[in-house]
Design a protein around this ligand. Structure first.
Ligand SMILES: [Zn+2]
Length: 410
């Protein structure tokens, strides 16, 4: 019995393998790519002339439990379970951008992922970190000066273990708790951050013995570790401990860059995030001055730091920190990466094959090759043989997961 073959015909195919984009056909059957090349046949034809055909995009840093509004009032006035319904709508918005897979960088628990995996709600595939490990007073500590823990992304609930940990032995237990709760990756803050009022993004957090324990326990469970790391020393401590990716990387110096090159550490820039904080204030969202001052202070240093890393050849994987910004604007990150010196093919590779490698999913995702899952995005407005990222976010025309049409764009 022959299988139903769908041929995506005559688009400019960016396959993520490093090959130059070329006009070709992509054949999909049973949810998998079965062939890529010229002159292929199928039972059903999708005309891709004048379109760019890309592997499904991967965003390595999102938070579905927020949507560009961190005001304590908003969190305090949102009923607990409403958050999960809000997340479902954000996931659909993300899919409409062409993002078919995400690394969830903290907040979302296993039930949300399972709802998607069972087909109850549309959304990107997810690798979950669930909780954001922080030292007492660190970036993920939700304690407020009034003595309460602020609801939102950080505080514990039955699906999301308490996230504050001090000392190697607590670290050992906490990683095991997260794996038990369904974490596919472990997230840690090795420096302070912007959106937390009581810490400094230029300070390193956790000591070498704590980070070594973290990586050892994660590795024993076959999980990678991602580090929110903005401070120079926090970045170096993370790289030295064997953490797989540096998130944000606001103050990379030459030594940090060369350490990352030596060890193959990935950098996830999240360029749109600090600006998003300022834009949220412009939209009238209540953000304390101390946080706005921090966001303003980091923007230029952040861009200079990422530009240096790009220039030096550090592996860059696309990640937006959406949640800090409203979901659905993810592709603005690609434009920012291009502005800092990445060519369009490199930007797309960061958003597909490199991102899949970072997440350890490159045997099934990230390229259009026979045997890979048929996650594809069709972008309109593709003239000629060169990829132009201009206006990409408004050009998404069709998004496929496992060969099924799941969105026709925003
Ligand atoms: Zn984040």
């Amino acid at each position: 019995m022959s299988r139903q073959r769908t041929v995506f015909r005559g688009g400019l195919v960016f396959d993520g393998t490093g090959a130059a984009p070329a006009v070709a056909d992509v054949v999909v059957a049973d949810g998998l790519v079965v062939d890529v090349g010229p002159g292929l046949d199928g039972d059903e034809i999708v005309d891709c002339a004048g379109r760019l055909v890309s592997p499904g995009l991967i965003d390595c840093h999102v938070h579905f439990m927020a949507d560009g509004d961190f005001s304590p009032n908003t969190h305090a006035n949102t009923p607990f379970s409403t958050n999960f319904f809000l997340a479902a709508e954000r996931m659909a918005r993300t899919l409409a951008c062409g993002i078919t897979t995400v690394r969830e960088a903290g907040g979302t628990d296993l039930g949300v992922k399972e709802a998607r995996d069972r087909g109850m709600v549309p959304g990107p595939r997810m690798q979950l970190s669930i909780a954001i490990l922080s030292q007492t007073g660190g970036h993920g500590d939700s304690w407020a000066v009034c003595g309460a823990h602020m609801p939102g992304m950080m505080d514990a609930h039955p699906g999301r273990p308490h996230n504050i940990v001090d000392g190697p032995e607590e670290m050992r237990r906490k990683v095991r708790e997260l794996v038990r709760a369904g974490a596919g990756v472990i997230k840690v803050c090795t420096s302070g951050g912007v959106l937390s009022p009581r810490d400094d993004p230029q300070h390193a957090h956790f000591t070498a013995d704590e980070l070594e324990m973290l990586v050892a326990e994660a590795t024993a469970a076959n999980r990678f570790v991602m580090a929110h790391a903005q401070a120079t020393q926090g970045i170096k401590n993370a790289v030295r401990a064997g953490i797989r990716s540096i998130e944000h990387g606001i103050w990379l110096d030459d030594e940090a860059i060369s350490m990352m090159l030596d060890r193959g550490t990935y950098l996830v820039p999240t360029l749109i995030a600090p600006r998003g904080v300022l834009e949220a204030a412009d939209r009238g969202i209540d953000i304390p001055d101390v946080i706005l001052d921090k966001a303003r202070a980091v923007i230029d240093d952040h861009r200079a730091s990422i530009a240096r890393a790009i220039e030096a050849g550090v592996r860059i994987a696309m990640g937006t920190d959406s949640g800090v910004t409203p979901h659905g604007r993810n592709l603005e990150e690609l434009e920012q990466m291009a502005e800092l010196g990445m060519g369009p093919n490199a930007v797309l590779a960061s958003s597909t094959s490199v991102a899949a490698e970072l997440m350890g999913l490159d045997d099934e995702l990230g390229t259009l090759e026979a045997g890979k899952r048929a996650d594809l995005v069709l972008f309109g407005g593709q003239d000629g043989a060169d990829i132009d990222l201009t206006g990409l976010k408004d050009r998404v025309e069709a998004v496929y997961q496992d060969g099924r049409l799941v969105s026709t764009g925003a």
